[in-house]
Write a protein that binds this ligand. Sequence first.
Ligand code: SF4
Ligand code: SF4
Ligand code: SF4
Length: 216
Amino acid sequence: MTNSATTIDAIDALLPQTQCQECTYAGCRPYAVAIVEQNETINRCPPGGVATLQALASLLNIDANNYINEVTEQTRAPSRAIIQEDLCIGCTKCIQACPVDAILGSAKFMHSVISSECTGCELCVEPCPMDCIDMQALSKPEFNKDTARQRYESRQLRLDKIANEKQQRHQQALVNKMENKADNESQQKTSIQSEVQAAIARAKAKKQQKQQLQTG
Ligand code: SF4
Ligand code: SF4
Ligand code: SF4
């Protein structure tokens, strides 16, 4: 499907950057990687619709006609999220789900969406325990694609960093545990050796005392 001149960057540039995962990949760039490296098909992006299909087909020299009907059916309208703030309990689940860090708030406080950054991915809707996030339909996307890409990449870097630090802490805890165990075993060994030496000394002293009594 792809030729050597085709780059992941060029494909990613054509994708909508909604970062909704509806293509079954973890975002637009992972889908671009799959198209290049796994020969993934170009009909998997509902937010991009027919326009994205045709752009990808043109870039990759593929006939889009085979996919037009199904992509037309699965295309979905742009939208953005709105939080009913009076119902929000500040659980932070929506913040954790948002792929472009478009939600502001902290634990136990009301949350709100930064409208201009929201891609309409809908990933915050399902985790909300209060069912207080609504999607508002738009006539066209209102977010900036390049900004959405940057915010998505920054978030991925941050999550990778947190995961690495967690793994390092886990490994350090294991090393500490093993070192403590070795220290304890060494102390126990030293203690047993001391007890044995003391017992030998006591036995020798007793023997000498007995010999002295017999000779005296
Ligand atoms: S917009 Fe959604 S479906 Fe389209 S490529 Fe990006 S993550 Fe995949
Ligand atoms: S606020 Fe919700 S709909 Fe908007 S980008 Fe974040 S997760 Fe997606
Ligand atoms: S998931 Fe819902 S209840 Fe929780 S902070 Fe977000 S909007 Fe508020």
